[in-house]
Each structure stands twice: as structure tokens, then as C-alpha cells.
Design a binder for this molecule. Sequence first.
Ligand SMILES: CC(=O)SCCNC(=O)CCNC(=O)[C@H](O)C(C)(C)COP(=O)(O)OP(=O)(O)OC[C@H]1O[C@@H](n2cnc3c(N)ncnc32)[C@H](O)[C@@H]1OP(=O)(O)O
Ligand SMILES: O=CC(=O)O
Ligand SMILES: [Mg+2]
Length: 559
Amino acid sequence: MTTTIRGTLHPRFETILTPEAVAFVAALDGAFAGRRAELLQDRRDRARRISAGEKLDFLPETSRIRNDPSWTVAAPGPGLTDRRCELVSPATRKMGVHALRSGAQVWLADLEDATAPAWENVITGQVNLYDAARDQLEYTDEDGETEHGRLNPPTIIMRPRGWHLCEKHIAIDGRPISASLVDFGLYFFHNARTLIDSGAGPYFYLPKIESHAEARLWNDVFVMAQDLLGIPQGTIRATVLIETLTAAFEMDEILYELRDHCSGLNAGRWDYIFSYIRTFAQRGDEFVLPDRDRVTMTTPFMRAYTRLLVATCHKRGAHAIGGPAAVNPTRQDEESRHRAMSQVRAEKEREAAEGFDGSWVAHPAVVDTCLKAYATVLGERTCQRDVNRVSDITARDLLSLDGIQQTISLQGVRTNVTVALRYLAAWVGGTGAVAIEHLMEDAATVEISRAQLWQWVHHRSQLAEGPQVTRELVERVIEEEMTRLTQGQDDVQVARYEAARDILTQVALEEYLPGFFTNYGYVRYLTDRPLRMKGPLNPQDLRQSERVPATAAAGQGAA
Ligand SMILES: CC(=O)SCCNC(=O)CCNC(=O)[C@H](O)C(C)(C)COP(=O)(O)OP(=O)(O)OC[C@H]1O[C@@H](n2cnc3c(N)ncnc32)[C@H](O)[C@@H]1OP(=O)(O)O
Ligand SMILES: O=CC(=O)O
Ligand SMILES: [Mg+2]
């Protein structure tokens, strides 16, 4: 088996891409690539069946697991007992330092929704995590001031990319490798022992899982990884994001598969809304969601999902963690900032009252707000895992759109278009999370925007203003927004917007709804140039990093 590094070797990449680490990742990929491919095929088959009318329900074949009250998950790992506030950010050096100094219990270092998976970002993220695990993460700003991020607290949890993505810059016998295994494998190989010695451990968030079979695959990866490095079985802890509609029907089963390695479930609310749209995109009008801002955590089907999540977690001794708030108190005037903080406070208080044990925030300015909100319910306690909630949630509760105000407006179309264009222009430039109109936007929130456009066009949804949503209408809005957004911009920025328009058109207006915008966007715009998908559009210098002369095929390792 020949493993080839096909990406540029930037400074310090050799620390991460050692022959031993790459061989470790290759061994995992060798063992699990086949099952991953089968599970991705299962996803496609199931999606087709649901589109054709199959009913979504709790699985009859696993009722024994759901109804057996005797099993629980492993105890939280060291450093994971108190998870009241988890600050999430891309794994950049500056954000990492801020997160480690923020007062949150957890730094969730994100290589998924918040990271544009350009090779440089992916491996730089690993370099930063390598330093953070060794308590040597530093950041020097433009004025030469150096800040140091200290561990303990917070505990680091790393979120690798989902099963659907591949990493084209590492190839085994010429074929690309699973992005999940690259992210997990490199982090685990370099840091597991150091983290255990520091009193914490190798901890992960698992994104975009669609079934308990996918959770089983992760569990088997953990068992093999621990075995290969001689780390005791049951050391890893994973928290699973319940952020697909199908996974919501398999929460018990997912916890069961991972019971020796699991420490909780998280309500990944943004991807969950996206998943709802994607799952039912081709079904009848009764599944069409209104303008994005009308779907909130108190919308009945969202409440049903979080109530089921809390009840399931507590029944099994797992932490229930809430998702990130919609608003971001990013630099803005005092009044809007105050409003944003109050909104976050209200959301977190409601979550705590619903039974969650802690929650994500996406900005350090609201760490304290989140902690105070949880304190109103928890008092001196660090969690409420011992409080059992009765769950009488039915399949209908999870699926029905009763109680939602069904308004789709021209402004809703325009907001989806402009947010998607602005975000995607940043994404092709290498930035995976941005503040737009005081909201945090990342891959998950933008999936909602583009999937809504597709669904509304597909159903020719009626706008509040009268006309129907058609491809021509959306194209017109895209052109208007492109003109507005590119006015006065330099060539690089215009090229990024053109790339954004190309991605948006591909993933929102073509005949079939693609699973994720990231698959197309990655091969077309984020890979180093020699690996990039060719096409009619050839924007120059989309990413800053590419001004550095590229030297492909920078290293080789045998596994
Ligand atoms: C659906 C999901 O998956 S949610 C989880 C994934 N999403 C994320 O992780 C997004 C995390 N948040 C962010 O990336 C940022 O808050 C953004 C991009 C939304 C806004 O960032 P900015 O525009 O830089 O915000 P702002 O200017 O207010 O930041 C103030 C300071 O806080 C820092 N900061 C902002 N957010 C974070 C964060 N999440 N973690 C650590 N530091 C942060 C900034 O670096 C900045 O530092 P500086 O003052 O030294 O320059
Ligand atoms: O990953 C989190 C989400 O809300 O999506
Ligand atoms: Mg998500």
C-alpha cells in the first residue's frame, strides 16, 4: 500500500504528517474504507426510499435496546464532568488561544461546520491542536503582543469532518481517503497520550451521523485506534451530534453502539433543520418549511426533538448538550450587543429548564451569559444528569409541522441568497465561519439557506407577496445580490463571489438536490490546484495561501 501526500507542505506540517502518523491513518482507512462506502450507499438508498414515500419511524428491529432500562453509557471522562459551557470555534491559533482563556469548560475545536476544509486549514488546525494539547498554544497579534492559551480548564473536544467528506491531499494507492479518519487519526495519534497524562483524554464530537450503524463504525474505529497505540479500551469519549432527522429516531441505539466511549448527545439544531428540509425536499407541501428565521427552538417539532434528546440522555446517564444560539454578539453597537446577550441568556435559561446539562456558545463574550443562565437552574450543581424526564414523544411529534406559521416571503428568498453568497465567498477564501447581520453563519446554517431555495423552487411555493418561487425568480435575485455585493470589490473578492454563485447555482437550482454543498465546493475550489476539478470558471487566487508557490506531491510514506 502506498500513501502519498499530495498537498503543499507548509511550515510545521512535517510535525503532523510524520510517516508513523500517516501510516496510522492509512491503517484505519484500510480497515474501514469499505464499510464507510457501504454506509454512504445505505444513506443514499434510504433517502431515495423516503423521497418515494417511506414512513420515518422508530425502528422495530431495535425496540429491545430502546425498551431495556438496564444499560447506561460510560461515566464522563476526566475533565468532562462539568460541561455547562462549551465554546466552539474553528481550530485556528487565535481563536484557540481565546477559547482556552474564555472561562468555558470545553473548547470545541471544530474541523467541521466552522472550517472550510482547505488542506492548509485542516493541517494547520492539527498543528494548533498539537500545541494546545502540550499547553504551548500562543498567538502573537499585529502589535507583537503574545497571548498564551492555558489548559485545565477548558478540556479540548475535537470535531472531525463527517463521513461524507474525503481528503484528496492524502491518497492511498491513488485514491482519496476518508476526511473523518484523517482528522480523527492525526489528532488521536499525536495527542492521545499527552492528553491522558494531562488529566483529560482524547475526546471527540461526531457530526452528521445518520444511523446507529454509523455510530457502530465510529466505535470500531475507536477500538482499533486504542488497540494500535496500546491505549486502554474505553479511554476515548465521544459526544454525538443529533443533527439529522433519521438519527433522531435512533438516539438510544446510537448511545448503545458507543456505550463504552460515549459521553453525551448534542442538539445540533442547524444541521437538524437542514436535514429536515433535505429529507423531505421531494415530498408533499406539508413538509415545506417557511422562512428560515421562523423555525426556532420553540417550534413544536424542534421542541419534540430536544425533549426526546434530554430524556434519552438522562435515562442512559449521558450529558445532554444544547446547540449554539442564533445570534452572535460580534462587534456592534451597544444596544444590539445588549439585545444579543439578552437573547442568548433567554435561550440558555430555557434550555437549562428543559433539562440540558450545558450548551454551546460561538463567541467568548457569551460564555459568562451561558454559565449564569445555567446557574439559575443548576445552582451549585454542574449538571442535572440525575433528573429523569418522561418522554412521550412520538414519530408524529418529530415530523409534524403543525403550529408553524407557514410564511414564505420574497425577503426570505433574498436573505437565503445573500447569506449563501456572502458565506460561500468567504468559504472559498478559506474561512468557514462568519458573522453576517449579527448572526453566526457556518456550513450548517448555509445548508439551510440553499436547501430551502431548492425546496421552494421544486414545490413552486407561493410567496406571501403573490408570485410563486421559480428558478427564474431565484436567478434574478442572485443577479441582483451579486451586483450589490461585488460593487467596489477588488478582483480577488469578485472571483470569490463568482465561485460562490457557481456553488449556489449547483446546489440550489439544479434538478437534483445534492447531499451537501461541501462535496462540490471542496473538489471545485478548496483543493490545492493540481487536484482541483476543472470547469469553465477559473477564478484566480481565491485563497490567500495560494499566492505561496505550490509544490504538490510533497511527501511519501509507506503503510
Ligand atoms: C452550527 C454549528 O456547527 S455552530 C459551531 C460552528 N461555528 C463556529 O464555531 C463559529 C464560532 N464563532 C466564530 O467563528 C466567530 O464568533 C464569528 C466568525 C461568528 C465572528 O467572529 P468575529 O467577527 O471575529 O467576532 P468579533 O470581532 O466580535 O470577535 C471578537 C474577538 O473574539 C474572538 N472570537 C470570536 N469568536 C470566537 C470563538 N468562537 N472562539 C474564540 N474566540 C473568538 C475573535 O477572534 C476576536 O478576537 P480579537 O478581539 O483578538 O480580534
Ligand atoms: O453542528 C451543529 C449544528 O447546529 O449543526
Ligand atoms: Mg452541524
